[in-house]
Design a binder for this molecule. Structure first.
Ligand code: NAP
Ligand code: G4F
Length: 342
């Protein structure tokens, strides 16, 4: 029997980590994920694929660790001996990065460097190739220098989060060129799903729509409604991550839909879907403004289409509808309790 391919995922408990795990398990990988110790359960997105470690045929394994802890990362790498590593772990909330810049940079920028250094040493010592995916972001384009944005568009980051992602991007490229690592940067534009964190604007809206319909919420407080994003479906985007690591040569790719929409357009489609008018419910709260905003993102994914054969499968309207429908269904199944941190 041939050995299964082993993949290691940081951020396995996040939106993308959960979809990528499902995708790799379907491809018969042995999947290992790094999870953070937490005082309450933080595995809700992967509970449905969790396997009892006592089962001899188990193919999903969880390891405690943290991107701020280089020693543990090295130990896990030695234990797991993965052939692919997906670095999805991050303090990924842009506005929160203005509140906690040091922690964000430690996790996002230094976390990537810790992984790259660990891989470099492991590969040098063992001669085994480890393919590395770095979760880069369209936020790196920030104050955009070109419309639409592609792989060659200069970066102009506008938050501690995106400055850290730019650092991780260049280190990934630097390790590829300096040490011949198979390291790829995905420059992913916003991607959403029913598993999107509740404090990102799309999920905040669809969850509020469901609660308003159920009579559990009266108002929705938001910040800047004029910014525009290129929103795709997360399941499509994790497929692109894997495709990058299957190529003959490592490279960097923009993953996007080539469409942009404002927060107002998102609101319009979400509320109209349940026959409501968003203007009757949405109020402005300056708390959700950022010290510097990214006004417009729209990606050109021609390279990914041509070289990877990747393309998005879900339209903007379909995405909004599927998120609203999912939140309505979830609310019907259990009574949702607000966390207060939105
Ligand atoms: P997410 O839902 O916020 O998940 C982030 C994951 O990182 C969670 O599993 C989280 O663990 C983990 N994490 C946080 N701090 C960590 C630390 N110090 N050490 C180890 N793990 C840590 O993010 P996502 O939407 O899935 O995004 C995945 C990656 O893609 C992130 O790097 C994000 O910055 C990047 N990205 C996302 C988008 C997007 O639109 N979604 C676009 C471009 C790039 P807990 O569950 O314990 O919090
Ligand atoms: O949903 P957001 O918080 O996502 P943002 O800032 O675009 O970042 C997400 O996408 C990036 C890719 O481009 C990722 F790298 C990053 O990790 C994250 O996944 O905000 C989107 C827009 C912003 O312009 C924000 O100002 O929505 C605006 N907005 C308006 N009211 C709000 C709110 N955002 C949030 N989170 N909450 C609000 O109440």
């Amino acid at each position: 029997m041939t050995e299964k391919k082993r993949a290691l995922i940081t951020g396995i408990t996040g939106q993308d980590g959960s979809y990528l795990s499902e995708f790799l398990l379907d491809k018969d990988y042995e999947v290992h994920g790094i999870i953070r110790r937490s005082s309450s359960f933080n595995t809700s997105r992967i509970d449905h694929i969790y396997q009892d470690p006592h089962n001899p045929h188990v193919s999903l394994f969880l390891h405690y660790g943290d991107l701020t802890d280089g020693t543990t990362i090295r130990r896990i790498l030695e234990e797991v001996r993965p052939v692919e590593i997906y670095n999805l772990g991050a303090q990924s909330h842009v506005r929160v990065s203005f509140d906690s810049p040091e922690y964000t940079v430690d996790t996002v920028a230094m976390g990537a460097l810790r992984l790259l250094e660990a891989i470099r040493d492991y590969q040098y010592r063992t001669g085994i190739e480890v393919r590395f995916y770095q979760a880069g972001s369209s936020e790196m384009f920030g104050k955009v220098q070109e419309v639409p944005q592609k792989e060659t568009t200069p970066f102009y980051p506008r938050s501690p989060y995106s400055c850290a992602k730019v650092y991780a991007h260049w280190q990934t490229l630097n390790y590829r060129e300096s040490y011949n690592l198979f390291a790829c940067n995905g420059i992913l534009f916003n991607h959403e799903s029913p598993r999107r964190g509740e404090t990102f604007v799309t999920r905040k809206i669809t969850r509020a729509v469901a609660r308003i319909v159920a009579g559990k919420q009266k108002k929705l407080y938001l910040g800047n409604l004029d910014s525009k994003r290129d929103w795709g479906y997360a399941k499509d985007y994790v497929r692109a991550m894997w495709m990058m690591l299957q190529q003959e040569q490592p490279d960097d790719y923009v993953i996007a839909t080539n469409e942009t929409h404002s927060i107002k357009e998102f609101l319009e489609i979400a509320f109209t879907h349940v026959n409501l008018n968003w203007q009757d419910y949405v109020e402005f709260d300056p708390r959700y403004l950022r010290p510097a905003e990214v006004d417009l993102l729209i990606g050109d994914c021609t390279k990914a289409k041509e070289k990877l054969g990747w393309q998005p499968s879900v339209t903007f309207t379909e995405l909004v509808h599927l998120m609203v429908d999912s939140d309505i269904k979830a609310l019907e199944q259990s009574s949702m309790v607000g966390s207060g941190f939105d």
